[in-house]
Design a binder for this molecule. Structure first.
Ligand code: ZN
Length: 209
């Protein structure tokens, strides 16, 4: 993820130091979605998502400034500050260009909306459209979410052999939101920085039913 480009090592060290009292404030229980914080580069370009704890350490070590508050307050012996929702790094960090979203099971499920490419039922498995045993590659363009029933029925046959037409044309997810959020759900408070309207099925062309 883009968060690799964040000053992780240093903030981890800071985190360890801050583990001793007075510790960085801990998020309130049940903070739910507020536990994720969007990190912007100094240029306001979205970089990634971190935990509230890590975001607070970035704030307390003056590496970042809060841009948008989340819900509630964080308390520690010395500090009281609003739960951050968006923070911005105070110094610009050069982000290496990542051409593609990493192919993971969770990301495939997110891309395909958790639905089977063949019957649109709830997906539980990952299927290689062109079977691996027949030379199919493990790439975004050849991987779809599938229900166990369709996956089993398909076996090691090709779609042509089965006469099946999938509901989606698999492709690598595109766009800033995918690069920044990956499979994570967005937060409405991040809308100013991360355009998420095309994320749900970015990378999948839905065929007309
Ligand atoms: Zn199915």
């Amino acid at each position: 993820m883009a968060s690799k480009a964040l000053p992780r090592g240093r903030s981890r060290m800071s985190a360890r130091k801050l583990d001793a009292p007075p510790a960085a404030p801990t998020p309130p229980l049940g903070a739910g979605r507020a536990c994720a914080v969007l990190v912007l580069n100094a240029s306001y370009e979205p970089m990634g998502v971190v935990s509230v704890r890590r975001a607070v350490i970035l704030l307390l070590t003056a590496k970042a400034s809060c841009v948008a508050d989340g819900d509630g307050l964080l308390h520690s012996a010395r500090h009281e500050l609003p739960v951050p929702s968006v923070v911005r790094l105070n110094r610009y960090v050069r982000v290496p260009y990542r051409p593609q979203v990493t192919l993971t099971r969770r990301a495939v499920f997110a891309r395909d909306g958790g639905r089977c490419a063949y019957c649109r039922g709830p997906a539980e498995t990952i299927d290689h459209v062109h079977p691996r045993s027949r030379g199919g590659r493990h790439v975004w363009e050849n991987v779809v979410a599938a229900c166990a029933r369709c996956n089993h029925a398909k076996g090691s046959r090709t779609l042509a052999e089965l006469g099946w037409t999938p509901h989606v044309v698999p492709a690598a997810p595109r766009g800033v939101a995918w690069r920044v959020l990956g499979h994570r759900a967005s937060d409405p408070r991040w809308a100013d920085w991360v355009e998420t309207s095309q994320t749900a099925h970015a990378g999948v062309d839905e065929r007309a039913a």
